[in-house]
Design a protein around this ligand. Structure first.
Ligand code: AMP
Ligand code: MG
Length: 335
């Protein structure tokens, strides 16, 4: 156990110093809280995997303060990537590029590509700028658990295991970034997130969508070929268990037809009021799919705190942020 120092957002200089020393610091971004380490320091990166209990074959996303630093860590920037960066950076879009030699293998899980993004969050960008190095940062939670969307959730999972936590406000999107592979001529959406497929298609009409369902969490199946394509997509992290609270997650279309045992504490989250609302120990009816997405992971943690055995999650149409939300719900419901 180590002592975890807590920083307010006006103490970023001290937090940046820990990062420069090779220590781990959690910080807010617009997607979820990230667990940062100097991406160019293999020992520092190794500490991320230990603190999170993260499998070493799950690569990390490198965060930059600005696009100007990209040439340091990637070996080639295709034209299509420039168009995507012009439109979506800074923001919740991660791009996968051919990596440069300075990026340690542990960051990329041995792949010859590196995932990069520039966050749209003033605290994140200032911290990265002050540290003076690219920052590798997965979500700041223990591996397999719901991502942390508040500093309290970071503390719940990682207090005593990391050097510092920057105490920012709860995150805006609440789901992780969209991941798009631009390292080959066929641009491919690997993970839905804060930037929707529809928005990406406006810039890259021919973008392919990787079928996450054929690459189920917890299976030992390798990432396979996309239908109609002769190339292999390699995004190892997609097959790991993810986002799971202690409670069982049940994805439901129609609450009316769901049998429930009154004796078992349970929770509900969705956008419509279930007709048996009083039977739930904890319930959150959101005003929009955006609110549903941003509240989900914190709700999972609250459900655990009240001892819920099951969390009923309403299905939503897979458009806009709804696609990312359904992806996380599906993966959380896999056991
Ligand atoms: P997390 O930091 O937990 O949001 O996970 C980052 C995810 O980004 C990984 O689990 C992968 O699915 C994806 N990713 C990171 N680096 C690469 C890469 N070089 N190639 C393909 N996918 C990647
Ligand atoms: Mg994660």
């Amino acid at each position: 156990m180590i002592t975890t120092r807590h920083f307010s957002i006006d103490q970023l200089g001290d937090a940046a110093e820990l990062l420069r020393e090779g220590q781990l610091v959690a910080f807010p971004t617009e997607t979820v809280f990230g667990l940062g380490a100097n991406a160019l320091d293999a020992a520092a990166v190794g500490r991320i995997f230990v603190a999170k209990g993260r499998p070493s074959d799950n690569p990390l996303i490198v965060h930059l303060a600005s696009r100007d630093e990209l040439s340091r860590i990637v070996s080639h920037v295709p034209e299509v990537a420039k168009a995507l960066m012009d439109r979506f950076w800074p923001g919740p879009l991660t791009l996968v590029f051919a990596k440069s030699a300075v990026v340690p293998c542990s960051v990329t899980a041995g792949l010859d590509t590196v995932a990069v993004r520039v966050p749209a969050h003033p605290v994140a960008t200032e911290l990265i700028r002050l540290s003076g190095v690219p920052i590798a940062a997965p979500s700041a939670n223990r591996s397999g658990r719901p991502s942390a969307t508040t500093w309290q959730a970071v503390s719940e999972d990682l207090e005593g295991r990391i050097a510092g936590i920057v105490e920012g406000a709860p995150t805006q999107f609440g789901l992780e970034s969209t991941v798009v592979d631009v390292s080959t001529s066929q641009v491919t959406l690997l993970r839905p997130g804060g930037v929707s497929l529809e928005a990406l298609q406006q810039v890259v009409p021919g973008i392919q969508v990787y079928d996450m369902r054929s690459n189920a969490a917890g299976s030992d199946q390798q990432p396979g070929s996309l239908e109609g394509m002769n190339q292999t997509v390699n995004s190892p992290g997609l097959r790991h268990r993810h986002y799971q609270p202690k409670a069982r997650i049940l994805l439901v279309k129609d609450m009316v037809s769901q049998p429930r045992t009154a004796a078992e504490p349970s929770a509900f989250i969705g956008v419509s009021e279930p007709n048996d609302a009083p039977k739930f120990t904890r319930i959150l009816v959101c005003q929009s799919v955006e609110e549903y997405a941003s509240s989900l992971f914190d709700f999972f943690r609250q459900a655990d705190q009240v001892g819920a055995k099951s969390v009923y999650c309403e299905s939503v149409p897979e458009v806009g942020i709804g696609a990312a939300l359904m992806d996380r719900l599906r993966r959380a419901s896999e056991s």
